[in-house]
Design a protein around this ligand. Structure first.
Ligand code: SF4
Length: 406
């Protein structure tokens, strides 16, 4: 079994939760809480920002937010994400993440404080337990590993918790200190390794250091922690340890200490009124409702298209980028876009041949409009090439509308 900082912490918080999560893995619909979901969307967006920078592409804040918002929209579903706090809706979390990204962007732009060595970098550390004569492997992921100067590496972690930690708390934090053990071995020439937490909510960075002595003490602690887990596995002893964190536990619907709450609150199962119908009736009804749904959707889409056209007109006539509704605000954004010839048309085939002849083979297998458009807008192609390719593409303005809370 590969351990991680979070699996060790889970065992310390509640051994039963550890057993469910890392050993039994019961087949239940696990939901991610909205805080963790928003955090992972922000992490992925920052990862993209720094990945693009490696290839000299500095995304604008609009591009960063567009990526974040479309990722958020694509990844979110009520079945996968759970909002635990009363009175909150998913929009509150989306907006919070957006605010964090804007603050971070403004604070660190143009992001030239350090050279990026790794993003979401996986590290594995081996710990030898002389008591059990066993080696344990612990795996971890570093949000951002950065070279501050030739003698100084920073292990960076983005935090999207509402509250930042104090200096005393980060000085005691074990996660980045454990990663430091691995980084020291990977980069023995580096004189200084700092541990930095970027608290996106407060816009502050806390930095901490560890001595060799502290690291060897930590190593001993980690070995003892893992040994406790190994003992629990041998005895199959994973007692439930209830705490305030139970509300955030994905297994509370099956945990013997918590599931009673859910049995009482479970919604009554609606009886399926079609169960006794004949096959032909079921198919006819299914067809009828599917067609009805299609009609309704079509009508709504038509109305929305008319509204969008009217909103764009209104904003252009009055030179407005932001409109105010009764409950929501709306941003009206205009972007430059390009259009490729449709798939399976002669013009598209000509374009593919043209790209192939100009050594852009990787684009040809399946021309991605996003990738192509990005390369085009970032002046990736030579002027000469751009002039030639213009006959295959059409430039156009596109508009996007964003509804935001007031
Ligand atoms: S609900 Fe609480 S006690 Fe039960 S497994 Fe989860 S954390 Fe442990």
């Amino acid at each position: 079994m590969r351990y991680s900082h979070s699996s060790i912490e889970t065992f310390k918080t509640c051994p039963l939760q550890f057993k469910y999560n890392y050993i039994e893995k019961p087949d239940i619909k696990k939901k991610q809480n909205a805080e963790a979901f928003m955090g992972s969307m922000v992490h992925d967006t920052l990862e993209k920002l720094y990945k693009d920078l490696k290839y000299n592409k500095l995304n604008t804040i609009e591009e960063v937010l567009e990526y974040y918002n479309s990722l958020f929209k694509e990844s979110y579903s009520e079945e996968k994400v759970e909002i635990i706090r009363d009175g909150f809706v998913i929009e509150n979390y989306r907006e919070t993440g957006e605010k964090y990204l804007i603050n971070y962007y403004n604070q660190y732009k143009p992001f030239d404080q350090a050279k990026t060595l790794g993003l979401e970098q996986e590290i594995t550390i081996s710990f030898y337990d002389s008591v059990k004569d066993k080696t344990y492997n612990l795996v971890g992921y570093i949000d951002k590993l950065a070279l501050i100067s030739k003698d100084h590496i920073e292990i960076g972690d983005y935090k999207t918790n509402a509250q930042a930690k104090t200096q005393e708390e980060v000085d005691k934090d074990r996660q980045l200190a454990i990663y430091m053990i691995a980084i020291k071995k990977l980069y023995p020439f580096v004189k200084e390794i700092s541990l930095s937490w970027y608290f996106l909510s407060a816009g502050i960075k806390q930095t901490s250091y560890r001595t060799d002595e502290q690291l060897s003490l930590l190593e001993k602690e980690v070995i003892e922690n893992i040994r406790d887990i190994e003992d629990a596995k041998e005895k199959d002893y994973f007692p439930a340890k209830p705490s305030a964190l139970c509300d955030w536990c994905s297994f509370r619907t099956i945990c013997p200490l918590k599931k009673h709450d859910f049995l009482d609150k479970q919604e009554p199962v609606l009886e399926n009124k079609y169960l006794k119908e004949k096959g032909v009736t079921l198919v006819d009804k299914y067809q009828e409702l599917s067609e009805k749904k299609l009609e309704i959707t079509k009508d709504i889409d038509k109305e929305l298209a008319l509204l969008k056209e009217a909103i764009i007109n209104y904003s252009k006539e009055n030179n407005l980028e932001k409109l105010f509704g009764t409950n929501k605000n709306m941003l009206v954004k205009e972007y430059d876009s390009i259009k490729l010839p449709l798939k399976n048309t002669d013009k598209r085939k000509d374009l593919e041949t043209f790209l192939k002849d100009n050594n852009f083979l990787d684009l040809v297998s399946d021309i991605s409009i996003y990738k192509f458009s990005d390369l085009f807008k970032s002046n990736f192609f030579s002027k000469d090439f751009e002039d030639k390719i213009k006959e295959y593409i059409t430039r156009e303005k596109i508009h996007r509308l964003y509804l935001n809370k007031k």
